[in-house]
Design a protein around this ligand. Structure first.
Ligand code: SAM
Length: 278
């Protein structure tokens, strides 16, 4: 016990206390986020906000919800792109859409939706494949501010250009420009894409399962968690998925070594799409 305490730096102790305080005051649980990345973000935050120490940050956050909201934004990495990992979407069209066609109605959960890049990519595929009307998509994130951006579905035109290349490589069936309207250097995604989407805040670390889904995307979220929190999230996803349901992970994530590894089969070796078989 003494050895553990001695090996922790003062900063680490302060970070532990900060995370514990946030959890007890607000219920947001960052205690099991991968520590080195989290430490870096906390340091950047107190430097950018010109706060003298982590303890002073704790004081502000515990007494003022607005500071918590800013801190949550700074902790969440929102890097994303439409049709990122073209092969993922090619495999989704070929290997998952035919299955969804056999269902009268599908519930889909996009967890850790960020500003909606993955979400609109998915909605575009479903629309092009003629099954969008038969799907309800639940888009969730821990970060309320980023969720609002997802709802708005507005992206800078220079980004849209790179999304256009991804879309073509991912097997897009029309022109990407059919799916948005350009105005004032920005692209606004077609409102029809949003027709069957429910947006809600949900914390994968502490909130419960809220439905049973046929497809769950949880891409590039768990890479920021330690192995204990990853196992917790895998359990949550598993209990939220119907038998023969599909899970889509990010390129650097895998079902291997997860608590339910043997209940899934790979749809394709390189696509990180898995079908629940047990
Ligand atoms: C890198 S983005 C991934 C976006 C998208 N899924 C993709 O692959 O392009 C990670 C997202 O996970 C969200 N996130 C982080 N911790 C979370 C948690 N505990 N519960 C729900 N979302 C979380 C962040 O706010 C961020 O929007």
């Amino acid at each position: 016990m003494l050895a553990t305490q001695q090996s922790l730096s003062v900063e680490d102790i302060e970070i532990d206390l900060l995370l514990e305080g946030i959890f007890r005051q607000y219920g947001f649980d960052f205690r099991k986020y991968a520590r080195s990345a989290l430490r870096r973000r906390v340091r950047n935050f107190i430097r950018d906000e010109q706060i003298g120490s982590v303890s002073l940050l704790q004081d502000r956050i515990l007494h003022d919800r607005q500071w918590l909201d800013r801190f949550v934004c700074s902790l969440s990495v929102n890097v994303s792109a439409m049709f990122r990992d073209a092969h993922f979407y090619v495999t989704f069209r070929k290997g998952v859409v035919p299955l969804l066609r056999t269902y009268p109605f599908s519930r889909i959960w996009v967890a850790g939706v960020s500003a909606g890049e993955d979400l609109y990519s998915l909605a575009i595929v479903l629309e092009e494949e003629g099954i969008h009307d038969r799907c309800r998509i639940y888009a969730t994130d821990i970060n309320d501010a980023i969720l609002k951006r997802a709802k708005d579905g507005i992206y800078p035109l220079d980004l849209i250009k790179s999304y256009t290349n991804n879309y073509v490589r991912a097997g897009g069936k029309r022109l990407f420009s059919d799916h948005y309207t350009a105005a004032y250097e920005r692209g606004i995604m077609n409102s029809s894409l949003r027709d069957h989407i429910v947006f809600a805040q949900h914390n994968l670390a502490s909130d419960a399962s809220f439905n049973e889904f046929h497809v769950i995307f949880c891409r590039n979220v768990m890479i920021y968690f330690n192995s204990e929190l990853q196992a917790h999230v895998f359990n949550l996803l598993h209990e939220s998925l119907v038998t023969f349901g599909i899970i889509g992970l990010g390129a650097r994530e895998t079902m291997k070594f997860s608590p339910h590894e043997h209940a899934y089969e790979e749809i394709d070796k390189n696509a990180r799409l898995y079908r629940r078989i047990a």
